[in-house]
Each structure stands twice: as structure tokens, then as C-alpha cells.
Design a protein around this ligand. Structure first.
Ligand code: C2E
Ligand code: MG
Ligand code: MG
Length: 524
């Protein structure tokens, strides 16, 4: 009975295998899979699933698990590996002889000669920027839960045709594993990243290793993954990702790149959460630094500077700008400053608040400020906004319209840190402002550097033409104060006149003779 069945199966097949309960080849009869010397004998002890191509593996495993004596499951078409780089199309028929169970027989019929798998075609890999916009796209789609996976393949970029083909195979595997078949990127010659479904079960490292092995390369592959879910809204997650990705690329080094990235992303998301909470609970303070009329010495107004605990604000503010959190913060600062202006005894005080250029990207800040002052609009005449980070102004015309709306309402506008960045002059012409604050680095050089003096002189002239006043910041010495005043700068700020303090009150007498104490000047 056994030999009859075997004979029947064998007559129709090129190779007959007997598998043990684990699917391991116990016996192999018939024509070897490849003419090139290899015989079916060499398959003994090998798992059959290891010999079939990826597409056939799951059907084969399912069929092996389900098979019962005397049943004939549907045949499985698969590619069977012949040697390291060739495969052969084959049809596999499983059956189980009752007296041999749990062993399973498998008859293989080949279709055509062995062939080399062509290097698969795949869409070109993205750049880091392309990856980011891909992440942005999927995060904005509400039902895509995505992860970013990092794959390092040290040795892949070595010269040679095999390496080139292996790289093409790796690219194809990564693209195929990515969320839409085209969302893998090459960040460095041997470092890749891809966006994929966060519940993806694919073992990337072993797939990539296999792809390289198909070209005869034995490479160590590392894969790590960072899920992008969490409490943060999509847009700021994308920004966090960019922040972390940039940090990661900057830090370089193949070892631990994936880990460094997910650490960096986690840290960034945590910081963002902390910042958001801090803004919501108004858990920050303002300090006030005086701005002096350089010809009279009278305190003109105070700049409100944010303080988070003992730390300076610069890092947190940069992060908030990067992560799209600055608008809410700037508005919270304005709210605090307005509270200060409404306190008894401060009816003549004026306060400048800093506003990031990014906050002028929508109507929210301007609308918010107008709403905060709607009950008693006169207070708007005691508010000045300093537009910092003008580089973040994306749509300059729209930002200009928003600033005009504020100016019509009585709020004065100052362009902060003027002179840094090539676009400064352009902003001067296109953003409506009352005042320009000349960046501190010109003041620092003003005594020693004739070019800085020249520049400030021209700037003062230009501003006068445009009916704008000028402020010099970071004045630390008498010489600097005298120099900028002699060049025609109207107002000054810096440690010489007063450090940031808890309250906007005119401090103790100052050493410069031109200054009169205790008075507050008009806008001038
Ligand atoms: P900024 O608006 O140009 O503020 C001037 C900075 O120079 C402040 O640093 C101030 O403390 C410092 N400073 C003032 N006088 C002197 C001086 O004589 N010598 C020196 N070396 N430094 C002086 P701070 O408070 O660390 O602020 C840094 C930047 O953070 C600000 O630059 C501003 O761009 C930003 N910032 C601060 N508060 C806010 C805010 O509420 N909103 C926004 N968007 N940005 C803010
Ligand atoms: Mg400022
Ligand atoms: Mg400044």
C-alpha cells in the first residue's frame, strides 16, 4: 500500500520528499532540484519552508499544520531554492500516508529550468526630507498608526557589483515593508529608515539579511523602531520627529543610531508635553528689563522676558518654535503682561512682549491679543510686540496684514534682533513696524569695529526715512551707550541700564549723566 501510493505520487513528480512532524526533510528521492551537481540528498535535515520563496512559506506552513491522512490539500505553487542564487518554479503536493503519520510526503513537480531572481524593481528610496513629509502625510491620516524603523547594514556600501545588487535588493525589501511600498529612505550609505504600520509583524532585520545573502553577502543587520503614537497631536509629532531625526543625523555614527533616534524622539516628545503643560498651567514667570530713552535717560518701557525656573528661555523657546507650540505660549505671555499692566500703580507703564515670527503664521495670536484687550482697548496703547525669529515668518504678506491689524488697534510693533540673517532688510520693507531693535552683536562690536558703526549709522538713517525709531540692545558699558547714541540710535537696553527684574519698576539711580530718573516718556 505504502509503495503503491509512493509510486503513484512519484510517477507524476520530479522529486518526492518525506517530512518529519516538524516539516524537516527526512528522505528525498528523484531528480535533484538543480542540475549543477546538487542532489536531493543534500536536502536531508533541512526545513522545507526554508527552501521555498517568501510567497510560498505561509501557505506551506498552513497546509502542513492542517493535513490529515488521506486528504489531498490544494497544491502549492512556490519558488524552490536550488543554490545560493537560483530558484526554480515548482508545484508542491502534500499528502499523508495513514501508517506513516505524522510524517508527511511532498511531491514536487518543477516547471521550467532554474533561474536567477532578477534584482527586484523598487521605487527609489526617499531622502530624510522625503521621509519626514511621508510621516507628516500618514500622521495626518487619522487611521494610520505608524512607526519609524531604522535599519543599519554595515558593509553594504562597499564597492563591487554584488554590493550594488545587494543594496538594490535591500532597497526593494525596505520599500515593500513600508507603509505604501514607497516610504523607505536612505539616510546614509548604510543607514535606512522607513515608515511602516506600527503593528507590522515583519522581521525587518532578517528580511534585509536575506536580501544581502541573495547576493552572497553575509552582513550583520540591526533594526530598531520608534512608534509615533502618543498624546501629541499629529503636526507637533512630525516636528518632534524632524527635531529628533536631525539631532540623530547630526550625531552620526552607525552604532546605536536607531536607539539614539528613539531616545531623542522620546525626549523631544516628553519636553513638548512638559512645555504644553507649563503653558496651560501658566507655570512660568516674566521678568522685566527697562528700555531707556538715550537722549533723556528716561525709562520708556520694559521688555517682558520669560523665565522657566532658573533657566534662561532660549532652549525652551527654540523647541517650542520647532514643535509648533510657540503661539499658545506667546499668547500666555501677553496675558501675564496685561495682568501686570492692570495692577494698581502701573497705569503709565508700557510693556513689550516677544512674539515669535511663527506666531504670526495664523490669525490666532492677533485675534487672541485683541480678545484679551477687548474689554478695555485703551490698554493696547501700552503694549508693544517684538517680533523675534523673523526667519520663521513664512508668508510675509499675511504676517504683514496681521501686524497692520495690531497697529490699527494701537499696539506698537518692533522688529527684534535686527541685522542677523540675510532677510532682515527685506523684512524692514515688507513688515509694517514702528521700531527696529538692532541686534546685540553690533552693539558688542560698536566701540572696536568701524564696520559695525557704519552699519548702525546707515540703519538709523534708513529707519528715520521709514519713520521708525531704533533701539540698541545689550548695552553693557558707558562707551557703548555713548557710541550708539552718537550714531543716532533713540533707545537703549542692557545691563548698563538694568537687568531683568521681577517687576517693571524704575531702578536705582544710574551712572550716565544724560539720564533723568523716575520719569516715563511718551512713545516719541
Ligand atoms: P531678546 O528678545 O533679544 O531678549 C534679549 C536677551 O538679551 C534676553 O535674554 C536678555 O536677558 C538678554 N540681555 C539683556 N541685556 C543684556 C546685556 O546687557 N548683556 C547681555 N549679554 N544680555 C542681555 P533672555 O531673557 O535669555 O532671552 C533670550 C531670547 O528668548 C530673547 O531674545 C527672545 O528672543 C526669547 N524670548 C524671551 N522671552 C520670550 C517670550 O516671551 N516669547 C518669545 N517668543 N520669545 C521670548
Ligand atoms: Mg526681545
Ligand atoms: Mg534681541
Amino acid at each position: 500500500m505504502k509503495s503503491r501510493l509512493l509510486g503513484m505520487a512519484f510517477a507524476a513528480a520530479d522529486t518526492l520528499l518525506e517530512l518529519d512532524a516538524d516539516g524537516r526533510i527526512d528522505m528525498a528521492l528523484g531528480a535533484g532540484p538543480c542540475p549543477r551537481g546538487a542532489t536531493a540528498e543534500t536536502w536531508r535535515g533541512v526545513l522545507l519552508t526554508d527552501l521555498v520563496g517568501k510567497a510560498g512559506q505561509k501557505p506551506l506552513m498552513d497546509a502542513l499544520a492542517a493535513i490529515r491522512p488521506n486528504e489531498r490539500p490544494a497544491p502549492i505553487d512556490a519558488l524552490i531554492a536550488c543554490d545560493t542564487d537560483r530558484v526554480r518554479r515548482a508545484r508542491l503536493r502534500l499528502f499523508q500516508l495513514p501508517d506513516l503519520a505524522p510524517a508527511v510526503s511532498c511531491a514536487i513537480t518543477y516547471d521550467g529550468a532554474p533561474f536567477t531572481l532578477a534584482v527586484p524593481e523598487a521605487p527609489p528610496l526617499l531622502s530624510a526630507d522625503g521621509l519626514l513629509s511621508r510621516v507628516r502625510g500618514s500622521l495626518l491620516a487619522p487611521d494610520e498608526d505608524v512607526a519609524v524603523a531604522f535599519v543599519d547594514v554595515p558593509g553594504l556600501a562597499a564597492a563591487g557589483e554584488a554590493h550594488e545588487r545587494a543594496a538594490a535588493r535591500v532597497a526593494a525589501v525596505l520599500q515593500a515593508s513600508s507603509i505604501d511600498g514607497a516610504s523607505a529612505a536612505r539616510l546614509a550609505p548604510e543607514r535606512f529608515a522607513l515608515v511602516r504600520a506600527s503593528d507590522s509583524q515583519t522581521d525587518l532585520a532578517s528580511e534585509v539579511r536575506d536580501a544581502a545573502a541573495a547576493e552572497g553577502l553575509d552582513l550583520a543587520v540591526r533594526a530598531t523602531e520608534a512608534a509615533l503614537s502618543g498624546s501629541a497631536p499629529a503636526e507637533s509629532t512630525v516636528r518632534a520627529l524632524r527635531f529628533a531625526l536631525e539631532a540623530c543625523i547630526r550625531e552620526g555614527g552607525i552604532d546605536g543610531a536607531g536607539a539614539a533616534f528613539s531616545e531623542s524622539l522620546k525626549r523631544t516628545l516628553k519636553e513638548a508635553d512638559r512645555f504644553r503643560t507649563m503653558v496651560q498651567s501658566r507655570d512660568f514667570a516674566l521678568q522685566y528689563q527697562p528700555i531707556i530713552d538715550l537722549t533723556t535717560g528716561v525709562t520708556h518701557h520694559f521688555e517682558a522676558l520669560a523665565r522657566f525656573g532658573s533657566r534662561g528661555p532660549a532652549d525652551s523657546i527654540r523647541l517650542a518654535e520647532e514643535l509648533g507650540l510657540i503661539e499658545g505660549f506667546d499668547l500666555a505671555v501677553a496675558e501675564k503682561a496685561l495682568q501686570q499692566l492692570r495692577r494698581p500703580g502701573f497705569g503709565l507703564t508700557r510693556i513689550a512682549v516677544n512674539v515669535s515670527g511663527a506666531s504670526l503664521g495664523s490669525n490666532a495670536y492677533v485675534d487672541g491679543l485683541l480678545r484679551l484687550t477687548a474689554a478695555a482697548p485703551d490698554i493696547r496703547n501700552r503694549i508693544l510686540i517684538e517680533v523675534t525669529e523673523t526667519a520663521a515668518v513664512a508668508d510675509i504678506e499675511a504676517a504683514g496684514r496681521r501686524l497692520s491689524a495690531l497697529r490699527r488697534a494701537g499696539v506698537k510693533v518692533c522688529l527684534d534682533d535686527f541685522g542677523v540673517g540675510a532677510a532682515s532688510l527685506d523684512y524692514l520693507h515688507r513688515l509694517p513696524a514702528d521700531t527696529v531693535k538692532i541686534d546685540g552683536r553690533f552693539v558688542r562690536e560698536i566701540v572696536s569695529d568701524a564696520r559695525a558703526r557704519d552699519l548702525v549709522a546707515h540703519l538709523v538713517e534708513l529707519c528715520a526715512d521709514l519713520k521708525m525709531t531704533t533701539i540698541a540692545e545689550m548695552i553693557e558699558t558707558e562707551e557703548q551707550a555713548t557710541a550708539v547714541r552718537d550714531l543716532g540710535v533713540g533707545y537703549g537696553q542692557g545691563w548698563l541700564f538694568g537687568r531683568p527684574a521681577a517687576e517693571p519698576v524704575v531702578a536705582a539711580p544710574q551712572p550716565v549723566s544724560v539720564r533723568r530718573r523716575g520719569a516715563v516718556a511718551g512713545w516719541g
